[in-house]
Ligand binder design. Sequence first.
Ligand code: KMT
Ligand code: NI
Length: 212
Amino acid sequence: MRAYLYDDIPYVLLLYAEAASQVEDTGAPVGDQREPHDSGKTVSFETLAELGVVYRQFPIDAEGKWEETIDAFAKERGYKNRDQITVTKEGLGESYESKIKMFFDEHLHEDEEIRYILGGSGFFDVRGFGGAYDDQWIRIAMEKGDLVILPAGIYHRFTVDTANTITAMRLFQDEPKWTPYSRSLKETEEREARAAYINELRQGAKAVGVGA
Ligand code: KMT
Ligand code: NI
């Protein structure tokens, strides 16, 4: 897992750069969400922690010890339930295109989003808040054995990478509350989960002595 600032280079500039051969032509559509968009600016785990994003690594070993590890972790955090999702055309069937679009539409949830990667790879993008990364995309590159917890109320999105496959365990407490509230809807900013999240960030910022 690595986190970095997403290179939010406008599409037209990318087209221009590609035409001028300033960026490598990988054959993928320019500005493709599946490309790494790596600005080269690494974002630290501390920054992620300040945003309430929890990152853990539980390597998937051949003996299957990881299952006990994940069970213990789930128990400790009260995640009683889990299921599995494979983001591929085969895994998602008819709804593939619409799901891919929905995952990448900036949104928040009223509950945590917990994902443990069992295979493949992909990107979770989260929005910075306050400080140097205010409202900027931070891209979290996830692969097998990585676990991430996105707090309720954080704006985020997900995409597979150019390998086009990821399988993840989704953990949750009781009922999954995965309704995505799109940031494109004005009322999303007014949701209680958003207010609670911002409140927590402000208190955290006070605790570590930085202004947010
Ligand atoms: C989500 O909620 O964005 C997803 O479940 C994406 C697939 S998990 C790798
Ligand atoms: Ni989500």
